[in-house]
Write a protein that binds this ligand. Structure first.
Ligand code: XMP
Length: 340
């Protein structure tokens, strides 16, 4: 048996550093996905059926990020969504690693997808090895994003099997119940520290996936070694997220946001459920995703300048993390409402 402590986003802060950055415009938050593709905004929208179809993918691309079109429908329907994604180099789609995944991959490749996301809950798995190796051989020019993993060894294996980028974090998302149901997982920030320490070439990219609640968490993830963050709940409820607005009797308007391993998502997709490792809920309707992304971008740029960093790489070099106590955590959030 092995025991070790592990940190999550709330446990730490970044120590402010001397800065000679006069304007946030001097800061670049551009990040390379691979040698051919870069994102001006290091944010990727999650391949979930209440987060990313064509409207979200187009809006993400317009803002400089990327949207991965989800796979929870027929091949024909997913292909149709990809047709509707405008930017040729931003056609990105999720597939599984069993069943018809090779047929799905071919259909997506045929309509221009060059970023394939092998989207499974426990990616450190022999079936993932076979899937990455098959797809790598079939599509040498495609970017292969794979995951999810929670450990250094998982990251190293997926990298060695041929993944170009790896989604890191298991069970840390806002709608996840994997840790509750199975007792497994690693706190999200610790996962990034561990994966960053992997013994693989640094051109395999780290995607901090799940549990990101604000721009401060994005900055912490990037400082810990992530190249990108993947988000679901931050974008759920926007106009571009799939699903109808639900109007409540109290005048509020909301949209559904659900985990892909929730009973509700599985029933909607294939009429039955085989696991119960996510929840379904509603979130407030939020207006255009552009506003959410602008707020995040401003916060990330400001975060880099607090560390005296003009680029994400400089942030990673300059970053000094401190672990905060429970009173530090209280002090770090807005807390005037606690004073009664
Ligand atoms: P956030 O915190 O951004 O997390 O809402 C989104 C990420 O959560 C993962 N995901 C799940 N994990 N059960 C899980 O344990 C699920 O049903 C589920 N659905 C999504 C996924 O990595 C996503 O990007």
């Amino acid at each position: 048996m092995i025991y070790r402590p592990a940190l999550s986003y709330n446990d730490v802060l970044l120590v402010p550093k001397y800065s000679d950055i006069v304007s946030r415009k001097e800061v670049s938050i551009r990040s390379d996905l691979d040698q051919w593709r870069s994102l001006d905004l290091p944010i990727i929208s999650s391949p979930m059926d209440t987060v990313t179809e064509s409207s979200m993918a187009n809006a993400m691309a317009k803002a400089g990020g990327l949207g991965i079109v989800h796979r929870y429908n027929s091949i024909e329907m997913q292909v149709q969504k990809i047709y509707e994604v405008k930017d040729a180099d931003r056609k990105a789609a999720a597939i599984g690693i069993t069943g018809d995944y090779l047929e799905r991959a071919q259909a997506l490749y045929d309509v221009g997808v060059r970023i394939l996301c092998l989207d499974v809950a426990h990616g450190h798995h022999i079936l993932m090895k076979k899937a990455i190796q098959s797809l790598r051989a079939l599509y040498p020019d495609a970017h292969i994003m794979a995951g999810n993993v929670a450990t250094k060894l998982g990251f190293e294996d997926l990298a060695n099997w041929g993944a170009d980028s790896i989604r890191c974090n298991i069970g840390g998302g806002s709608i996840c119940s994997t840790r509750v149901q199975t007792g497994h997982g690693v706190p999200g920030l610790q996962t990034i520290f561990d994966c960053f320490s992997a013994n693989v070439a640094r051109d395999v990219k780290i995607i901090a996936d799940g549990g990101i609640r604000n721009s401060g968490d994005v900055v912490k993830a990037l400082a810990a070694g992530a190249d990108f963050v993947m988000v679901g709940s931050l974008l759920a409820g926007t106009i571009e997220s799939p699903g109808e607005v639900i109007y409540s009797s109290d005048g509020s308007s909301r949209k559904i946001y659900r985990g892909m391993a929730s009973k509700e998502a599985q029933h909607n997709w294939r009429g039955k459920h085989s696991s119960n490792e996510g929840i379904s809920t509603t979130v407030p309707a939020k207006g255009p995703v552009r506003n959410v992304l602008e707020d995040l971008e401003n916060g990330i740029r400001s975060g880099l300048s607090y560390s005296g960093a003009r680029t994400i790489t400089e942030l990673q070099v300059n970053a000094e993390f401190i672990v905060q106590t429970a009173s530090g955590q209280t002090e770090s959030g807005t807390h005037i409402l606690d004073r009664r």
